[in-house]
Each structure stands twice: as C-alpha cells, then as structure tokens.
Design a protein around this ligand. Structure first.
Ligand SMILES: [Zn+2]
Length: 151
C-alpha cells in the first residue's frame, strides 16, 4: 500500500481525477502491461502485485500514506496494546535459539557464497573477513532466507 504504483505516475493529472476514473485508467494500463510478453515468473509476479494492490489503485500515494498514518495513530491510541517492530520481536526471541557451547546452532542465515556480518552469522561462527569488493549483508533483515528452530 505504501509503494509507488508506477502506472499512476504515467497518468496525467491523476490526482485531479475522481476515484472511479483513476481506477479505470490504472486498470487499463495494467491490462496493456499484462499483454506484453515477459518470462512466466515475471508475469506471475506482476499478476500477484496487481492483485494485492487492486483495492488501493484509486488512491494517490499521499492518500494511501495518510490512510496508513491515520490507522497507526488509531492503533497507537489503544491503551491496552503494545506495538513491536520486526527487530524488537526478533530481539525478544533471539536468545531462545539453540546454542552449543555458546555457538548459535538453532538458526541459520543463508547467504549463498556471500560473507555476512549479521549477528546470526557472527554467533554461528560463519563470519569471515570481508573483501571490500564483495557485497555484504550488514543488515540483519536482508532479503536472504532464514531457517530457525526454537527451543
Ligand atoms: Zn548473516
């Protein structure tokens, strides 16, 4: 919902249109996009993206952003709730992953051949000196795959 929808940028005066016209115009552009040849996996990704964003295409980026802000403000006002960010939640469970002689064995960060400096790789002993010309995953929350076994 908070991504930019590229079709909207290509529609002149998108913001000035009524919501019904916006949706029709975006749907038209998307239909043309879907008609273009592309590898099968890319077509599936595009369809999935279109399906997920369909309920919001009539809203401008600013309207969507304002909606999410309002929603967060509403939820933030709940006295009996506590919001956790993804990193906070991970911090809460991190010490529960299996360890053997202080070495992390219950969680793996799959990075392929790339070296990684995240705490999972360090605690697992995978950390190696990183060549400066190699890309590294310094951020724990990269797009790599994770596998875990909780105690
Ligand atoms: Zn890592």
């Amino acid at each position: 919902m908070l991504r930019h929808y590229p079709e909207q940028k290509h529609i002149p005066d998108f913001e000035a249109m009524d919501r019904s016209s916006r949706k029709k115009t975006v749907m038209g552009i998307r239909a043309m996009n879907l008609g273009r040849p592309r590898p099968n996996n890319k077509q599936k990704e595009l369809l999935k993206n279109y399906r997920k964003t369909l309920p919001y295409v009539h809203l401008t980026y600013d309207e969507r952003k304002e909606f999410v802000k309002s929603l967060m403000s509403l939820v933030g006002d709940w006295e009996d709730s506590r919001l956790f960010g993804e990193a906070e939640l991970f911090d809460l469970i991190y010490e529960r992953f299996d360890r053997h002689k202080r070495k992390l064995v219950g969680l793996r960060h799959y990075t392929g051949i790339q070296n990684c400096l995240c705490r999972v790789c360090r605690d697992h002993g995978r950390y190696k000196a990183v060549r400066p010309d190699r890309q590294t995953n310094r951020d724990f929350h990269s797009n790599a795959f994770w596998s875990a076994a909780l105690i």
